[in-house]
Design a protein around this ligand. Structure first.
Ligand code: SF4
Length: 289
């Protein structure tokens, strides 16, 4: 590692320590993300922070991750249960002009899908929404009631918060792409079961391959589990840049969790700042007065 890379890596580790993260792993060929000046980090406001609720350290317990579901930990010496039923090798990069048509083709292939039991209770399939040429793609867990009604991802209260998060990054919803692990609403918003997620994710992976964003953001533990094909506590995945299907991935809290525990918004903002560093984005200037 040359001197400049070493200094960059040390600065990045220092920044992670400031976020309260202490576990560092040496990744294969993983360059440290581009850094913004420290002043940007210090002076950037916390647009999602509720002033009445001071920031607290990253929780060890994540209600989304630790919800009771039927998802067992990965058994040793057996097939990975978090991999899709159809293994897809990432495809070659498309030109910007080819991407919208590629997404349309995936939607056409999905059809009026009845491949898993979630088809029985859904109202509308929520395929995904946004810019086919987006640099940033968010992946959530699955549609809720509002999304099931409208056929669009993240349009309820959680969606409004996600819009605010995107705006705080200096982007608009129209400039990113948003999808979920499963495209049909699980009854009572339960966690998707493994067979449901693994049946649906080949379509999500095709979407990721078509868009080939510079960065994926996994919203919550379920998204992280199926994107990374491994289950780990959310806290251990945050604050680092991971590899996923030939692109990069960071992990943060699901907006629904942030609505339930607004104290964690400051932690989520730190995750988004990491994404902004990676994408070389600057937060919009605060209005004067
Ligand atoms: S969740 Fe996915 S695989 Fe299951 S029915 Fe809906 S679109 Fe098909």
């Amino acid at each position: 590692m040359d001197t400049e890379s070493r200094q960059q890596a040390l600065a990045w580790m220092e920044f992670c320590k400031e976020l309260g993260l202490s576990d560092f792993y040496r990744g294969k060929n993983e360059a440290a993300p581009a850094l913004v000046e420290e002043q940007d980090v210090v002076e950037t406001s916390l647009p999602m922070q509720d002033s009445a609720t001071p920031a607290s350290p990253a929780p060890i317990f994540d209600p989304i991750f630790d919800r009771q579901d039927d998802t067992p930990d990965m058994p040793r010496n057996s097939v990975n249960p978090y991999q899709p039923v159809v293994e897809l090798v990432p495809t070659a990069a498309l030109t910007p002009a080819q991407k919208p048509a590629a997404l349309e083709a995936i939607r056409h292939d999905l059809g009026d899908c009845t491949r898993c039991p979630l088809c029985e209770t859904r109202n509308k399939i929520v395929f995904g929404d946004g810019d086919a040429n987006a640099s940033l793609m968010f992946v959530g867990e699955g549609p809720g009631a509002d999304e099931d009604e409208q056929g669009l991802p993240f349009v309820g209260r959680g969606g409004q918060l996600l819009n605010n998060m995107i705006g705080a990054m200096g982007l608009s919803r129209e400039r990113v792409y948003i999808a979920n692990i499963v495209k049909c609403r699980p009854p009572q918003n339960r966690v998707p079961e493994m067979n449901e997620a693994n049946t649906c994710t080949p379509f999500l992976f095709r979407q990721i391959d078509a868009i080939r964003p510079k960065l994926l953001v996994a919203l919550g533990a379920t998204a992280a589990t199926y994107l990374m094909a491994a289950k780990a506590p959310l806290g251990s995945l945050r604050g680092r840049v991971h590899d996923c299907r030939g692109t990069k991935l960071i992990v943060t809290y699901h907006p629904a969790y942030l609505l339930r525990d607004p104290r964690q918004k400051a932690e989520a903002w730190k995750d988004l700042q990491l994404a902004m560093q990676f994408l070389d984005l600057k937060a919009p200037a605060k209005p004067k007065g």
